[in-house]
Unconditional design. Sequence first.
Length: 272
Amino acid sequence: MTVKDAPSVWGETMEFRLLGPVTIADENRSISPGGRRQQAVVAALLMHRNTFVPVPRLIDYVWGDEAPPSAVNSLQSYVSRFRKLLEPGPPDGSVRLVRSVPGGYSLHAPDEQVDGVRFARLVSDGRSLLEAGRAMEAYRSLTRALRLWRGPAMAGLADHEPLAAEIARLEELRTSATEYLATAALALGRNEEAVALLKGVIRECPLREGPRAGLMLALYRSGRQAEALALFRTTRAMLIDELGVEPGHELARLQQSILRQDPALARPALTA
């Protein structure tokens, strides 16, 4: 559904989504705010919600170094379309979600209505719970966090350079959340689930040693010692070939522990 097709009333469950295509949704519908530049305006305002965003900064987010002479007028048009999507009809005296202020704009949205903010909070909670040894609670928080994703961050804007840093930040946090979830799964004895999660991380980030150490441990606890040791060998070869370095101490110690079948590697699984 596009802006021109949008219904005239939004419910209190409205959500702004960046973890996938840039959309606005509630329990009944999901709406695209428009084309790439329109989406870039929405994304930029969401990134700086509840604060003043100067016009030149918004122009940078939309056009980067290629802003045309008509950029200011075009930006006004994009913001106007966004406002009409959220607040159809003439102003009724209520507080506007999208406000025009001298020299810029602001979008007022509670944190709980922005999926990226909710995701970051759930990941932070999950990490804290994990560090406190509360593996099951951490597992639940991280699972909820990752379920918010509907595709690549700001899908459709992946090659939009002005938003590249924010997209990279969200994707990196997604990778970290997956690693934390795998750690929680290991603590709960869900070894095969941890294997699957960590293989996905390694496909995305092949040179990171942490996920490879986690995968070695998950394989070992799954009764796949030979695979764990083979992973160390291929990791060592890759690091030497790609970076000219030997594996770090964590990987080297883990390999030695697996070789001698150290009982500490098979800690009892938690149930709560």
